[in-house]
Design a binder for this molecule. Structure first.
Ligand SMILES: NC(=O)c1ccc[n+]([C@@H]2O[C@H](COP(=O)([O-])OP(=O)(O)OC[C@H]3O[C@@H](n4cnc5c(N)ncnc54)[C@H](O)[C@@H]3O)[C@@H](O)[C@H]2O)c1
Ligand SMILES: O=c1ccn([C@@H]2O[C@H](COP(=O)(O)OP(=O)(O)O[C@H]3O[C@H](CO)[C@@H](O)[C@H](O)[C@H]3O)[C@@H](O)[C@H]2O)c(=O)[nH]1
Length: 446
């Protein structure tokens, strides 16, 4: 098929490259000329393993091109995939300004029948509204498809080429069949449904995954008080096929450009139809509080006196294998430490530049490596589970820290890693490892 993808963020770029890899002719459009120049020079504006190589191979093969010229791209394509941002407004609702603008630009460029497929995450009813907007602008025929995207950053190519399912929301059987055909080689689980249900599947999926994370984080918090180990609890729960093992990793809570924004948006979507989504409100509240467990542990260790201490931070991205720092828990944790007079030393293997730009404030000592960050610190907090941190020599780490205090916000280290070290170690929901492996589990008082 001849495809135009509008927006070269994660979703647009990865989809465009993967559709080219699958044998389609793809034009990726962005209104940001710097991004397009970079892409045309062989660069990639995001850190995503394998993407640069796959993009280069498809460009050389003549199946993939990049441009700012939306009009020309649309006129040369049968399928237009919209993948522009839908960031949160201060109210928590999705900001639809970019997608509405894109829809109008597509309408103005139309020169015949097109399928317009929206991959951006949009509130229920948005595709219909965009269709009306476009019909007010053009007499050209088109069909709307809701084509929600489920890729994860860091494993985006694998997720796109081997998805768990493809969801196609359509009100025209012919357009739906064309989309089924396009995705046929990827998975046997292709669900064709109505447009509103497809839009809801995306929000419901993210809300459910966020719920799993907040659930296991609360179990972890209880584990800390009753002397159980959340990693063992999660393993034991996960073998039950009805529960499943994934998204049961306790930590400092979820971040990123999707879960925080999409949970807030779904609460708003429900509110607009007079439904209070109480469960999801609690999920968000638990998540917001979870990141402050790191601070609470530091306060316990330092008897409430953080002022004047030096704290090293390992990991700024919201998860490993990405340089995305949108809604990363590290933003709030570092801000809180600075507000309380702590000297912060920070490092991330790939997300430093993005973090510095988004954080936008002075006062942090930015370091070039993991051991350098720990140098002379009173405590070290691990916030992102990059392999580089898991592979560190704890014996050497202990010698560079002023005090061997390690707060492992992602349960990266195991008991055997700590044996023979002097670390005062706090993890999440594993009280038997807290304050060093020598400490006994707390006594239960009934
Ligand atoms: N990031 C993810 O992992 C992910 C996964 C699934 C779904 N989503 C959803 O996909 C959508 C896109 O997310 P993202 O993170 O890829 O976005 P992003 O914000 O990183 O990138 C969006 C791009 O669209 C471009 N753009 C905006 N308006 C345009 C226009 N009129 N013409 C051409 N280009 C335009 C911007 O310049 C920008 O480069 C969002 O709705 C998001 O919720 C994201
Ligand atoms: O057991 C877990 C799993 C994840 N996380 C955290 O949850 C956040 C999100 O992680 P992940 O889902 O892997 O990354 P995203 O790239 O944000 O992907 C999510 O958001 C995308 C955008 O909507 C969807 O397409 C994906 O299906 C959905 O997984 C990160 O902060 C993780 O650290 C945990 O704390 N515990």
């Amino acid at each position: 098929m001849n495809i135009t993808v509008i927006g070269t963020g994660y979703v647009g770029l990865v989809s465009g490259v993967c559709f080219a890899e699958l044998g389609n002719q793809v034009i990726c459009v962005d209104k940001d000329p710097e991004k397009i120049d970079l892409l045309n020079a062989g660069g990639i504006p995001i850190y995503e393993p394998g993407l640069k190589e796959l993009a280069a191979a498809n460009r050389v093969a003549g199946k993939l091109s990049f441009t700012t010229d939306l009009r020309n791209a649309v006129r040369r394509s049968d399928l237009i995939i919209v993948a522009v941002g839908t960031p949160p407004l201060p109210s928590g609702e999705a900001n639809l300004a970019y997608i509405e603008q894109a829809a109008l630009e597509i309408a103005d460029a139309m020169n015949g029948y097109k399928i317009i497929a929206v991959k951006s995450t949009v509130p229920v009813g948005t595709n219909e509204r965009l269709g009306s907007l476009m019909r007010g602008r053009t007499g050209m025929p088109f069909d709307s498809i809701s084509l929600p995207e489920f890729l994860r950053e860091g494993s985006a190519i694998q997720d796109t080429l081997h998805p768990d399912r493809i969801i196609i929301g359509a009100d025209n059987p012919g357009a739906a069949e064309a989309m089924v055909e396009l995705h046929r080689s990827l998975t046997e689980h292709v669900v064709v449904t109505d447009i509103r249900s497809a839009e809801m599947i995306k929000y419901a999926s993210n809300a459910f995954l966020a719920t799993k994370i907040s659930f296991i984080n609360e179990i972890a918090n209880i584990c800390e008080k009753v002397g159980a180990d959340v990693t063992q609890v999660a393993e034991g729960m996960g073998y039950d096929k009805r529960i499943g093992p994934s998204f049961l990793k306790a930590g400092i809570g979820y971040g990123g450009s999707c879960f925080p924004k999409d949970t807030s948006a779904l609460i708003q979507i429900a509110g607009h139809v007079d439904y209070e989504f109480k469960l999801l409100r609690s999920v968000v509240e638990v998540n917001q509080d979870q990141r402050f467990n790191v601070i609470r542990k530091l306060e316990t260790i330092f008897n409430g006196e953080l002022k004047g201490k030096t704290v090293a931070i390992w990991g700024l991205a919201f998860k490993p294998n990405t340089d995305d720092v949108r809604d990363s828990p590290a933003l709030e944790i570092i801000q809180h430490l600075l507000d309380n007079g702590v000297k912060v030393r920070a490092y991330d293997p790939v997300a430093m530049a993005n973090f510095r730009t988004l954080f936008g404030k002075e006062g942090v000592i930015w370091c070039d490596g993991a051991l350098e960050t720990a140098q002379g610190a009173d405590a070290l907090c691990l916030l992102t589970e990059w392999d580089e941190f898991a592979e560190i020599d704890l014996g050497e780490l202990q010698t560079v820290l002023k005090r061997p205090i390690l707060i492992d916000g992602r349960n990266v280290f195991k008991e055997e890693n700590l044996i023979g070290t002097e670390f005062i170690y706090y993890s999440v929901g594993r009280p038997s490892l807290n304050q060093g492996v020598r400490q006994q589990v707390p006594v239960l008082l009934f």
